[in-house]
Ligand binder design. Structure first.
Ligand code: ZN
Length: 137
């Protein structure tokens, strides 16, 4: 597949409002967007670090994926997201090479990206997101 860079690192937090303080006051980053992704039952907050983003994820529902993650593992790194050219091809190629896919076809994520997840069973324990920005508006 054709990966161009690390698009973002997803971090599960209990409270975006609380966590933003660390990223802004200690690390000196600036939160440039807060967005709710209803389908994923999360609120997200974004910081730019070079061409890579930090994506904070707060659950809006304890039954959602981030709610369950925090209940099991607590706060911390949740997933790693690579920017790819040709996300469908990347998924097909992965599946042909025996990787277990969480999403067989891309769906819409935060910031209008097309995203799909690879199962951590097939990626050495790292929940891996592939994403592609196609509507360049
Ligand atoms: Zn993500």
């Amino acid at each position: 597949m054709n990966i161009t860079h690390i698009e973002h690192i997803g971090i599960a937090v209990k409270s975006i409002e609380e966590s933003i303080k660390y990223y802004e006051n200690i690390l000196g980053l600036k939160c440039y967007a807060v967005e709710e992704v209803k389908e994923q039952k999360v609120k997200t907050a974004f910081f730019m670090v070079g061409q890579t983003k930090i994506e904070l994820l707060e659950s809006t529902d304890s039954e959602g994926p981030i709610g369950k993650f925090i209940e099991k593992k607590g706060e911390g790194i949740h997933h790693l997201a690579f920017a790819v050219n040709g996300i469908e091809n990347a998924l097909t190629e992965s599946e042909n090479k025996g990787v277990q896919l969480i999403d067989k076809t891309p769906r819409k994520g935060a910031e209008g990206l097309d995203i799909a997840f690879l199962h951590p069973k097939s990626t050495g324990g790292v929940l891996t997101e592939l994403c592609e920005k196609r509507d360049k508006a």
